[in-house]
Design a protein around this ligand. Structure first.
Ligand SMILES: Nc1nc2c(ncn2[C@@H]2O[C@H](COP(=O)(O)OP(=O)(O)OP(=O)(O)O)[C@@H](O)[C@H]2O)c(=O)[nH]1
Ligand SMILES: [Mg+2]
Length: 449
């Protein structure tokens, strides 16, 4: 079977193209700013067997130049922020204003394109002006105006005074929406923001430079394909036939729409190496504790609320994951995390040797990097102020007075070197005469010796 990829670069797992496999969740994606648009473009690069985009995707950006690198989002779904074509200079207030001024047309297009979505992901990169300024406005607009559940995929910048501060301020506003439950005129409750997926660019850059997962990719594309692939693989997992399923409704209601942060983990287990039932259960359970490549430093004990776990077993080994094994997994999870709502499931694939374990957890707390963002922004500011105070500066001391009269420049009549009535030779083309200030006869640096 032909291997499916995103952009012929990022391989998707084989079960994606299995018979009857399809996207079980209707996601919509809206990318804001340059980073947000590039991530959205990775989602738009996920194609079905006929070569059409599986998901509905649009992008919004101030800088049209940044849009020329977009490969997959159709032109008609690329929206410029009119009046702000030259960018917003990393100022989120200007970004917010730019979005508000252009919001009417964009909102209508979202309504036309995405009304039947199960959930809309608003995507941005924190740090700049456009995406950082627009994200909170758009989340509110969709939740209040379209009544479609909204989640956000965002990235945290590498530590940088301006970007860390911008990110902190926008994150504060965004995170508050996770706990903001309102009710409409008919007393139906809804949440301003259903969930948040955080990519820590600092972690991603470091891990990518140590051991690139896919050769020939820069860290930004690596991170974008990574998050696109994992969300798509989950969407397909919910559609696969099996005896124990985590279906789309389970995943949406119990993990994705919990007003929490979502974390992902994925692990391959070589079944030739893991032979006993106990070892297999241990390997499966430990998946989420391993490193999460998008962000790290979660407090599972304190913060985990619910978790979906799906094991994709090769057909030839299917019997190794039966109802008993699944109950063992349940029991072990309960012993360790009694307060966590746990949704285990399985599916089968045509793989020969490897089981793949996927976990998606909803967390009532942020990854470490986000928790420390305020401190980081403050420290970066302090460091700059300290450096400015201690900088060697431009003072070279007072001028030293000279006594020799012969070196004093004689008083000369004031003249404008740009005036048209100059005596120096004039250019034939009527342009201002060119003159070398060091030439003999020049009055600018007259050698008085
Ligand atoms: N993970 C990831 N981060 C990115 C990507 N592109 C840019 N970023 C990061 O996103 C942050 C914000 O930059 P942009 O997305 O260019 O900002 P913007 O929203 O366009 O805002 P302005 O350019 O100020 O108008 C920076 O820290 C970038 O390093 C990407 O493709 N993936
Ligand atoms: Mg930009």
């Amino acid at each position: 079977m032909e291997e499916l990829t995103i952009d012929n670069v990022w391989p998707l797992e084989g079960f994606i193209s299995q018979k009857n496999a399809k996207a079980g969740i209707k996601y919509g994606f809206i990318g804001l700013g340059q980073g947000g648009s590039k991530i959205a473009d990775a989602f738009a690069g996920i194609l079905d067997k006929n070569g059409n985009s599986v998901y509905k995707v649009m992008i919004v950006n101030s800088n049209l130049g940044d849009m020329t690198k977009i490969k997959n989002v159709p032109k008609r779904y690329q929206f410029p922020l009119k009046g702000y074509e030259r960018g917003v200079g990393k100022d989120p207030e200007v970004g917010r204003q730019a979005f508000i001024e252009n919001g009417e047309v964009i909102f209508d297009e979202i309504q036309n394109l995405m009304s039947d979505s199960d959930i809309i992901f608003v995507i941005n990169s924190m740090g700049g002006g456009t995406g950082t300024g627009a994200v909170n406005v758009l989340v509110e607009a969709i939740t209040e105006g379209l009544h479609i559940p909204v989640s956000v995929i965002t990235t945290l910048p590498r530590p940088n005074e301006v970007e860390s501060l911008n990110a902190y301020n926008a994150m504060t506003e965004l995170v508050a929406k996770l706990g903001d439950i309102r009710s409409d005129d008919e007393y139906h409750e809804y949440r301003m923001l259903e969930s948040l997926v955080v990519l820590d660019n600092d972690l991603i850059v470091r891990e990518h430079s140590e051991a690139p997962e896919v050769p020939g990719l820069t860290w930004d594309f690596y991170s974008n394909y990574k998050v696109a692939a994992i969300l798509h693989e989950w969407s397909v997992l919910t559609s696969l036939e099996s005896h124990f399923t985590v279906d789309a409704a389970d995943l949406l209601n119990h993990v994705i729409r919990q007003g929490a942060l979502i974390t992902f983990a994925k692990k391959k287990i070589n079944l030739d190496e893991v032979t006993t039932k106990d070892d297999l259960v241990s390997e499966i359970i430990s998946t989420f504790k391993g490193k999460n490549v998008l962000a790290n430093g979660f407090d599972y004990e304190k913060d985990m609320r619910s978790m979906a776990l799906v094991v994709v077993m090769p057909k030839s080994h299917e019997s190794r994951l039966n109802q008993d094994t699944l109950e063992d997994i349940r029991t072990r999870m309960f012993d360790e995390y009694p307060h966590v709502n746990f949704y285990p499931g399985s599916a089968t694939s045509n793989s020969k040797r490897h089981a793949i374990v996927y976990t998606m957890a909803s967390m009532g707390g942020l990854p470490e990097r986000a928790k420390n963002l305020r401190k980081e922004a403050e420290e970066l500011k302090k460091m700059r102020e300290e450096r400015e105070r201690n900088a060697s500066g431009f003072s070279m001391g007072e001028k030293i007075s000279t006594t020799s009269g012969s070196r004093v420049r004689p008083a000369a009549p004031a003249r404008n070197p740009f005036a048209q009535s100059r005596t120096e030779s004039t250019g034939n083309d009527g342009s201002l005469p060119k003159k070398n200030p060091f030439a003999k006869g020049s009055s600018l640096f007259k050698n008085t010796r």
